[in-house]
Every structure is written in C-alpha cells, then in structure tokens.
Design a protein around this ligand. Structure first.
Ligand SMILES: CC(C)(COP(=O)(O)OP(=O)(O)OC[C@H]1O[C@@H](n2cnc3c(N)ncnc32)[C@H](O)[C@@H]1OP(=O)(O)O)[C@@H](O)C(=O)NCCC(=O)NCCS
Length: 421
C-alpha cells in the first residue's frame, strides 16, 4: 500500500463536529474544557470543514478521521487599499497516529482546488511552525512585532488625542459585532483579513476558558470622536499582587485605529491600567503608529515574528488585485509545484498603479525567475524583491529588474493581519 492510500477526503457537517475537534485536540496537544465546546463551534466556519477519513482497516478504524482543516471565504486588503478574494485556512491538524502519510499534503491540495473553484485568488494562514508551509508555495506575507510595553510609557503627543473619548466595555457579540466589523472594514493596511460577519464565524468574540490562563474575559476598548467610533481594541487583564508589589499584565489582541489621534488615545489607556505593570501585544505592524509615538521604543522590549503566510492561487488575477507604485514592464518565469497553471512566464505591465498580467509568448527570455512562494512574499509589499535577490532566492537575468520590481511592489505601509485565525 502506498503511503497515502487507504484514505479519502470528505466534507464535515455539524453532526461530526466532535470528531473534527477530537483530531485537533490530538494535533494541537491539549484537552479542551467541555464548557468551551460552544465557543469552538461558534468560531469554526461550518461550511468550510473538511477531513481525511480512513477507508482501509490497515490504516485504523474505517470512518475515523486522520486529519482535518477548515477554511473561510473573505477578502484581504492589498497595497493601495484594494481587496482580493481570499480564503483563510485554519484548524489544520493531523492525528499523531496518521502523521507523515501525506495527509496534510492531501488536505492542502484539496484546499487549493476548492479555492480555485470558488474564485478565491489567495490563501492565507498563520503557521504553528514557520517551516511547514513554504513547500506548498506559501511565502511570508507579513511580520508582526511582539511587544511588552511598560506601564505609563511616554509618547510624543499627537494633536487631538486628548479630545477623544475612550469607552471600556465587556466584549459582547450582540452589541459590538457590527461596530467592530464596520471599523475593521475602514482599515487600509495591507494584510488586513476581513473577519466575515454573520457566516457562523465570529472568532474575535470567542473566549474559551481554557485559553484565558487566569485572565479576565475579553474586554473591548472603543475610541470615539464626538460619538463616531474611530478605534477599537480587544484586551484583557490579570492582576498579580503580593505585599504591595503589583505585577499584573494586560494582553491586547485585535485592534485598529482610523487616525493617529485614535491610536494614541487607545494606547494611552491600554498602557495605564491600575495594578498592571506590562501590556503585551502580538498584533503590531512593524510601522504601527505606536512604534513611532513611543518615546522609548526600545523600552517596549519587542521581537519581530512571522504574521501571515500567503499563497497565490491565481497569479495573474491576484497580482491585478493590488496597486503598485512604479511603472514597469517585466517578465517573470515562475515555478509552482502545486498549481501548474501558475508555472509560466508572466509579463507584468504596470501603468499608473494598475497591473496587467498576461502570459508571455513562448520563447521569451525572462527578466527575473523565482518560485511562487517568493512572489507570494512580495505580494503584500512587506518584502523587497531586491532583498530576496540579495538573499539568492530570486534570479535576475536583466540588470536592475529586481530593483524595479521592488520599487513597484513595496508597500509604503507595512502589511499586517490584525486578528488571529
Ligand atoms: C504539521 C502536520 C499538519 C503535518 O501533517 P502530516 O500529514 O504528517 O504531513 P505530510 O505527511 O503531508 O507531510 C508533508 C511534508 O511536510 C513535512 N513536514 C510535516 N510536518 C512538518 C513540520 N512540523 N516541520 C517541517 N516539515 C514538516 C513532511 O516531512 C513532508 O515532507 P516531504 O513532502 O518532503 O516528505 C501534523 O504533524 C500536525 O498536525 N502537527 C500538529 C499541528 C500543526 O502543527 N498543524 C499545522 C497548523 S498551522
């Protein structure tokens, strides 16, 4: 029997959701609390659940699930505040009894086929381990700063910040879902993955007890400018006090601000809670306004890590769904192991921010050559083509072509996905 035989790919409906969750508990190493079940049901995209099931007794009990994943359809903001039809891939796990038999590979290919059928040009994900997904053509799309900001961090003043109102409330789906969705939809930072509203997934409000680690339930901060919401942040705190020493922490998850003043008003509150010495966040773009507003950025003890990974499934259509910042006319020879339709030489003509991408005539000698995952890394504008060329990952056959592509594709604003999925 070949390594991948004895399984088939199936859709999972709500009736089999506990089997699905069981595989993820094995894969992600953890026992979920029974009282958290509904939170997980609320968070998962019910119409996007897929699994690989045993069909041969030699593999285990026939009908058992060996691996699972779920995907949701949405849009992602691209450079120039445009949007691309996107799928978010999540919950992907393989039961330890079935590892290294090609189940993940089968599921990723299944995901690609379904996205292409649905006209979703890009797939994005967060990786548990950063090495896993490059083999499938995912490139590092954006990076994030993990910061630990000390209480009362001083900031360069921003005009108007003190005139805004900040409200702190318990996060409540019924009350806040639309408000947060409306604010997120106004963000322009590339990499922002729109959190689908009303599709059964409202992951931003899920709050399993098992994930809280002694912290309070999610709170929501809302910044208002004369009654108009202009910023939001999900946060929670945990006190840790003994004999007069307060060592509490606050954790900030998804957040967004529409103006510099809103950003400052928000972070002033988030970094000045009584009994809280440190405010932690993992969702900060490398050029977030806070990074520039802090007087002592070094004091924020930061570390840069990977944020989302991007996979271009329909290269020409995906490239046409973003803006560019320099006119070019270049050809790129692309390799793509998993989506052969992308493995061609493409001519990219950019005029006035818009790209037209067509297949180059047979025999064209390309200006640049690269694998699809490197083009994916350039897509949101957070990585420069010239730096990938300098790293030996992009081949340049025409002098200066990597620099031209770098200037055209590099985003004036660093990309970031501002919520975890
Ligand atoms: C990571 C995981 C999904 C792999 O599943 P799998 O079915 O064993 O993977 P496959 O057999 O399809 O392996 C595909 C390739 O990836 C490689 N690979 C698998 N896991 C890897 C890892 N953790 N790091 C690096 N490479 C890995 C395999 O060696 C194989 O390489 P090959 O094609 O050169 O032979 C599985 O081990 C798992 O569920 N882990 C825990 C949960 C997790 O990390 N999920 C990913 C969520 S983002």
């Amino acid at each position: 029997m070949k390594k991948t035989e004895g399984y088939r790919t199936v859709s999972i409906d709500e009736a089999r959701i506990d089997e699905f969750f069981e595989v993820d508990q094995w894969a992600f190493v953890g026992e979920w609390l029974p009282e958290d079940r509904q939170d997980y049901v609320d968070a998962i995209p019910l119409d996007g659940m897929r699994a690989v099931e045993v069909t041969e007794p030699a593999r285990g009990f026939v009908g058992d699930l060996g691996g699972v994943y779920a995907a949701f359809s949405t849009e992602m903001i691209t450079p120039g505040a445009r949007r691309v039809p996107t799928s978010g891939l999540s919950w992907l796990g393989v039961h330890p009894s079935h590892r290294r038999r090609g189940i993940m590979s089968t599921m990723v290919r299944d995901h690609f086929e379904r996205c292409i059928d649905q006209g979703l040009h890009v797939s994005v994900l967060y990786a548990m381990e950063s090495e896993i997904y490059a083999r499938f053509g995912y490139g590092l799309g954006s990076q994030t700063v993990r910061a630990e900001i000390p209480r009362g961090a001083r900031m360069w003043p921003v005009e108007g910040a003190d005139d805004l109102t900040v409200r702190l409330e318990r996060a409540d789906f019924a009350k806040h879902d639309q408000l947060v969705a409306d604010l997120q939809a106004k963000l322009t930072r590339p990499g922002t993955v729109i959190n689908p509203v009303g599709s059964g997934r409202n992951a931003r409000f899920t709050d399993p007890v098992g994930n809280r680690k002694g912290m309070e339930k999610w709170r929501l901060l809302i910044v208002e400018d004369q009654g108009e919401p202009v910023g939001y942040a999900f946060f929670r705190r945990k006190a840790d006090s003994s004999v007069g020493i307060h060592d509490g922490v606050a954790q900030v998850a998804e957040h967004g601000a529409l103006t510099p003043a809103a950003s400052q008003a928000m972070w002033k509150v988030l970094t000045d809670f009584d009994l809280v010495e440190t405010t932690r966040t993992a969702n900060l773009a490398i050029d977030d306004p806070l990074v520039h507003q802090l007087k002592d950025a070094r004091g924020a003890r930061s570390r840069v890590i990977d944020n989302i990974w991007v996979r271009l499934l329909d290269v020409p259509r995906a490239l046409e769904c973003r803006a560019y910042f320099h006119d070019i006319d270049l050809t790129i020879a692309l390799t793509d192991r998993h989506v052969p339709a992308n493995a061609k030489t493409w001519r990219i003509v950019i005029t006035g921010e818009d790209a037209q991408v067509t297949e180059a005539p047979q025999g064209t000698s390309p200006d640049l050559a690269m694998d699809t995952r490197h083009l994916a890394s350039l897509y949101l504008g957070g990585t420069s083509a010239e730096s990938l060329h300098a790293a030996g990952l992009i081949a340049e056959h025409t002098d200066g072509a990597a620099r031209q592509l770098a200037v055209a594709m590099f985003s004036p604003v660093a990309p970031l996905a501002n919520w975890d999925f």
